[in-house]
Design a binder for this molecule. Structure first.
Ligand code: IMP
Length: 437
């Protein structure tokens, strides 16, 4: 029996963000910390995100619902910034109920959240097919087209619309006519029938109605009552629509959009934990300066089981990029780092971390604003001695091999942010808590 983990003492409300290209292991950190919180809030993205949580011998897969749902004291919120596919959401809710988790009292969905419709998913797939070599490599979950309709306004459907039959019918009739022009005319796809979609989505509205509310007001009341909030960012900073490697990004402000996505002001968040892998991985297209498209990348992929949770795609793997990491940490004001999957790096004789880029013959430690510039970046590495010991049974920082500690110190020093948590395996007890600086 492992002793109970002494969790870090985090002041106030806490935000958790991924600092690379996603899949950093945010799920484990969120799950560890949730027992300290009254609210777990998702504020961006949709079912493009995904993680699974293991509790005892039970495994739970989440794409939309915050894993806070596993803790009865915690209210899980899908805030206004999330784009919701009701088919996926209802499937997750059913799965939870069949596993004995009650959702009726502790799940709340924003009436302002936008709905991912069937034509969004089709549009995502057809657009990617048509782009061929220029494709973004999306998860095909309709995320981009749904956010595009949100920004375009006239064709958007929000959760509140699903609850109002008259409004839903009027909107679907109008929107479907226009979508069919695009889908048939540009892509040669079959037309959508608005009436059958209306029947289906009206039904979803009825099922979800008990959960839908004004979540910003709910969170404001929570603030008045000094309730503690954990904000769970989906995707990651380098996929941020404004601050990531545009256009190879997702369609939400996944590093910077907490306030817009919740209605909670930034100053209400006192702790920002940045979750980062001890190396880098990326799915989909786009620049990745430290990528190792070779035996090293293959070895990291196998040791780290680097295959997508949402799509099953093999992830591109490479060395840790400190230039990108420092940039990402600054963009979202990270106050502490969580270093994940350190165990994956055991067995390497030497390791490399990227400390600057060479672009057009110039050396820089600044992350370029333009992905096409980043494409030209040649990484300049610092070489560090590796370690051969397995870290599976390490339970304290002091018990890490010296070279693993040096590796961590190099990261904290370069990024100038203290490390608060180090993960050396998937299990809860394979977590090292670092003292606050
Ligand atoms: P979309 O979000 O499906 O439009 O995909 C846009 C890009 O973001 C693609 O490269 C995806 O692979 C990537 N992406 C979106 N969400 C995640 C995530 O949670 N983890 C890793 N990559 C993601």
């Amino acid at each position: 029996m492992e002793p109970e983990l002494a969790l870090p003492d985090l002041p106030g409300n806490t935000s958790i963000v991924g600092l690379q290209w996603g899949d950093e292991g945010k799920g484990k950190i969120v799950d560890l910390l949730t027992p300290q919180f009254d609210f777990a809030i998702r504020w961006n993205g949709g079912s493009n995100a995904g993680h699974s949580v293991k509790v005892g011998d039970k495994k739970y897969a989440f794409h939309l619902i915050p894993s806070g749902i596993l803790h009865p004291q915690c209210t899980s919120v899908l805030a206004n910034g999330v784009v919701i596919d009701p088919v996926q959401l209802l499937q997750e809710m059913d799965q939870l109920v069949s596993q004995g988790i009650a959702v009726e009292n502790n799940l709340r969905i924003s009436s302002q959240a936008h709905v991912v419709m069937p034509y969004h998913k089709l549009q995502d797939q057809l657009s990617e097919q048509r782009l061929g070599d220029n494709k973004i490599g999306t998860t095909a979950r309709g995320i981009g087209p749904c956010y595009a309709d949100k920004a375009g306004r006239s064709m958007a459907i929000r959760m509140a619309d699903l609850l109002d039959e008259t409004r839903l019918g009027e909107k679907l009739q109008r929107v479907t006519a226009e979508k069919n022009l695009l889908l048939k005319g540009v892509y040669g796809a079959a037309a959508f029938d608005w009436e059958s979609m209306f029947e289906q989505y009206r039904g979803y509205g009825q099922l979800l109605q008990p959960y839908v509310c004004h979540t910003s007001a709910l969170l404001h009341r929570a603030m008045d009552d000094n309730k503690r909030m954990l904000f769970e960012g989906a995707n990651a900073v380098l996929l941020d629509l404004d601050h990531g490697t545009f256009p190879f990004v997702t369609s939400s402000n996944c590093g910077t959009g907490l306030s817009a996505g919740t209605g909670v002001p930034a100053q209400a968040v006192q702790t920002v934990l940045g979750v980062v892998k001890a190396y880098c991985s990326r799915v989909g297209s786009g620049p990745f300066p430290t990528e190792q498209d070779n035996a090293i990348g293959q070895r990291i992929r196998e040791r780290g089981h680097e295959f997508g949770t949402t799509t099953g795609r093999p992830r591109r793997c490479g060395f840790l990029d400190l230039v990108a990491l420092r940039y990402a940490a600054r963009v979202c004001g990270v106050t502490g780092l969580c270093i994940m999957l350190l165990d994956v790096l055991s067995t390497f004789d030497t390791l490399r971390v990227c400390t600057s880029y060479k672009i057009n013959g110039q050396t820089t430690t600044e992350f370029p604003a333009d992905a096409y510039e980043l494409e030209k970046a040649e990484p300049v590495y610092k070489e560090l001695a590796g370690w051969h010991e397995t870290l599976d049974d390490v339970r304290a920082l002091a018990d890490l091999p010296t070279n693993a500690r040096n590796y961590l110190d190099t990261i904290a020093h370069y990024v100038n942010v203290p490390i608060r948590i180090v993960s050396v395996g998937p299990a809860r007890h394979q977590t090292l808590i670092c003292p606050a600086r």
